[in-house]
Design a protein around this ligand. Structure first.
Ligand code: HAH
Length: 359
């Protein structure tokens, strides 16, 4: 009986350990993540203005780059035509400056989180000319404001389609208003507005061979036309089952071969296969097993990132700790997940953290 109680308590401790983070170590025993990678590339995190306070200590210690998760998107920055709201973005930039961190700007052009007025003209649809003019006003207001503070921008996000029968995403209001024109225009305007800023095309599914080929066609065309594109952002919303490290490596090489720098811009490794529709993993043993697989996966992908340090100029996590993953608020996935390096409880480093700092 006593043995059984002991075994059960032991199991509980192990499961809790997996959930909460491995062991309990004093703060001095925990190395800084960005310092461990100082010879490789900056380590970033996506923040919400609230997380500057709730996750401030983690951010200061482990990250030397930040990205606003939502605060620099079109709808947030210009909710009404000519009405700009910079205070939340400013707060994030000030935090970064105070802590000597880089800031990645995200994102100028996307088919989501845009304000309704942008594609309307009175009661009707705005013309291509009007939409491009508004794009120019937006970029010419935002980029100069953050010149010298935001060192790179995701100029265009997710323009390429997921559908096998489509090249660019035709359901994007940008495409519907201007055809392909908005993409090159956005890069040209951005480059004029801040010639120092590194300009990125950013997308998910960037390791899938069919989508990768389409992205490369887009990038090659832009480069051939002399459009100022400097980098490819691979989002990196991955899971413990895929993509494989081989696929990740192939993609990094493919984008780098275009002469672009490569960044992993939105890294997180979900515990769920992408087709798994469950809202939560309820079995503690399954959870522990998946957290172990996650640690291994993080170890493998960071080994590849380190190998490609010459072309990789940044790795950014899409969030800071498991208590605030974007998937909690994302209606597309909306389920309990633990995709990051720090546990929800007390922000303890998880096994995945130890795997990537001990190399
Ligand atoms: C990313 N899209 C976006 O780039 C980022 O701005 C957002 O905060 C979260 C994730 C990934 C994505 C999505 O939002 C919906 C469907 C597929 C992929």
């Amino acid at each position: 009986m006593k043995l059984k109680v002991l075994t059960v308590s032991f199991l509980i401790v192990i499961c809790a350990g997996a959930l909460l983070g491995q062991g309990v170590r004093s703060e001095e025993e925990i190395p800084s993540l960005w310092q461990a990678y100082a010879g490789y590339f900056p380590i970033g995190a996506a923040v919400r203005y609230q997380s500057l306070r709730s996750h401030g200590e983690l951010l200061e210690k482990h990250f030397n780059s930040i990205t606003a998760e939502n605060e620099m998107k079109f709808a947030t920055l210009q909710p009404g035509e000519g009405t700009f709201a910079f205070f939340r973005a400013d707060e994030i930039v000030d935090f970064a400056k105070k802590n000597n961190m880089l800031v990645r700007g995200h994102t100028l052009v996307w088919h989501r989180q845009y304000p309704g007025w942008l594609f309307r003209d009175g009661a009707g649809k705005a013309s291509a000319e009007l939409v491009l003019e508004r794009l120019e006003t937006h970029i010419n207001t935002v980029l100069p404001r953050y010149k010298g503070d935001v060192y790179c921008w995701d100029v265009v996000n997710e323009a390429v389609s997921d559908s096998m029968s489509e090249y660019l995403r035709r359901d994007s209001p940008w495409y519907q208003a201007t055809g392909e024109a908005y993409i090159a225009e956005a890069f040209r305007i951005a480059h004029k507005a801040d010639p120092e800023a590194k300009l990125f095309y950013n997308d998910y599914g960037a390791t899938r061979s069919d989508k990768m080929e389409k992205i490369c066609v887009l990038l090659e065309d832009l480069l051939a036309e002399g459009v100022p594109v400097h980098g490819m952002g691979m989002q990196g919303h991955w899971d413990i089952f895929g993509p494989t490290v081989k696929q990740i490596e192939t993609a990094i090489r493919r984008y780098a071969a275009l002469g672009l720098e490569v960044q992993i811009t939105e890294l997180d490794i979900s515990l769920y296969h992408w087709a798994d529709k469950r809202k939560a993993i309820t079995d503690p043993e399954e959870l522990a097993e998946r957290l172990a697989m996650q640690a291994e996966k993080y170890e493998e992908v960071f080994r590849v990132f380190r190998e490609y340090r010459d072309v990789i100029t940044g790795v950014t996590f899409w969030g800071v700790a498991d208590d605030l993953p974007w998937t909690d608020q994302e209606p597309v996935r909306g389920r309990k997940d633990f995709p990051l390096l720090f546990a929800a409880t007390e922000h303890r480093p998880k096994e995945a953290f130890w795997q990537i700092v001990n190399f």
